[in-house]
Design a protein around this ligand. Structure first.
Ligand code: TLP
Length: 345
């Protein structure tokens, strides 16, 4: 059979030969002692690119969000977040279990944003019966909202409400580089109104592992302590951080290619009555199945060597990334034509 086209996530991307060479040649030290020059360099580059004072390198996006929530809050606090966001849906309730906070979900708008009035209304008046509302979490691009890139003006309005009531604002910017490409701005501009931002190296940027949290120096010092608490202190992590530096230097400019590929994939799928895809702003195609079953289509795709994932009832997701070329998208659409053109299920 011809090669599998893996569109399950941009997390499946594999490091290429140049990234592997950078990793093999990395200068390393014990990062828990602060001795790893490559990690230190990656953290300095990340802080600079995100427009924040300092940064800390952590193993995953999930840990980046958990550490951020832990560092912004005290046990028993409440955090506001979108009902479709990653922290609420896909982080195994870590905020509740390990940061000991109550999550208060607000309905996400299709653009990944929140209703400002709903945010205002959810912030509690201080009182002896109620939790302290301590933090607002935003996500950009928004995964479950089909990779939507939320406008900076929308973020600014939400952050102003939160800050006005003494809340901090954390941005889950796992795919902030995709957001920056789509909005034709910089990640620093997107993160400007947020106190802290996390972003992933292991998604569109093509690294095997790693995320960063960026924010004020005092916050990052405390985040480093919380990273150690969670077992996320790594030793000669420069081998991994080198991949991150390579990615920030070489893999950012090509992201519009992934977005164009996602657009073409969605346009192709839209030709079939069975599929109702979004109009992707970035690299995430979310398809509502309107004829046949989700499982049936996923299996039919898989049998043709096209991998997608279930994404809620009657919905599948396909994500473009650095290992999927324009030719592979053409190939994928050809394979889909063989199944969807022949037999709507
Ligand atoms: N998302 C993964 C799955 O967990 C759903 C994916 O395949 O998209 N924030 C956002 C917005 C994310 O999409 C993800 C990963 C994370 C955080 C967590 O990153 P990792 O996987 O590094 O823990």
């Amino acid at each position: 059979m011809s090669a599998v086209i893996d569109l399950r996530s941009d997390t499946v991307s594999k490091p290429g030969p140049e990234m592997r060479r950078a990793m093999a040649e990395a200068e390393v030290g014990d990062d828990v002692f602060g001795d790893d020059p490559t990690v230190n360099r990656l953290e300095a580059i990340a802080a600079e690119r995100l427009g924040k004072e300092a940064a800390v390198y952590v193993p995953s996006g999930t840990m980046a969000n958990l550490i951020s929530v832990m560092t912004h809050t005290r046990p028993g606090d409440e955090i506001l977040l979108g009902d479709q966001c990653h922290i609420f849906n896909y982080e195994v309730a870590g905020a509740a279990r390990l940061a000991n906070v109550q999550t208060h979900p607000l309905v996400n708008r299709p653009d990944g944003g929140l209703d400002p009035a709903a945010v205002r209304a959810a912030i509690r008046e201080p009182g002896s019966h109620v939790p302290r509302t301590a933090l607002l979490c935003l996500e950009n691009t928004h995964n479950r909202c089909g990779g939507a890139a939320l406008a900076v003006s929308e973020m600014a309005a939400l952050a102003a409400i939160a800050h006005g009531q003494g809340l901090a604002v954390h941005l889950d910017g796992a795919r902030i580089w995709n957001a920056a490409a789509a909005l034709e701005t910089t990640p620093a501009e997107i993160a400007r109104n947020c106190d802290t931002v996390s972003f992933c190296l292991s998604k569109g940027l093509g690294c095997p592992v790693g995320s960063l949290i960026c924010g004020p120096r005092g916050f990052i010092d405390e985040a480093r302590r919380n990273r150690k608490t969670l077992g996320g202190g790594m030793r000669q992590a420069g081998i991994l951080a080198a991949a991150g530096i390579h990615a920030l230097e070489h893999n950012v400019a090509r992201l519009p290619e992934d977005h164009a590929n996602a657009g073409r994939l969605a346009d192709g799928l839209r030709q079939y009555p069975a599929f109702r895809p979004n109009r992707p702003q970035t690299n995430i195609v979310v398809v509502d199945i309107v004829e046949g079953s989700q499982e049936g289509w996923l299996k039919a795709f898989r049998d043709e060597g096209v991998l997608a994932v279930p994404f809620g009832p009657g919905r599948i997701r396909m994500v473009t990334h650095i290992n999927v070329t324009g030719a592979a998208i053409t190939d994928a659409l050809g394979r889909i034509e063989r199944i969807a053109g022949a037999r709507p299920q």
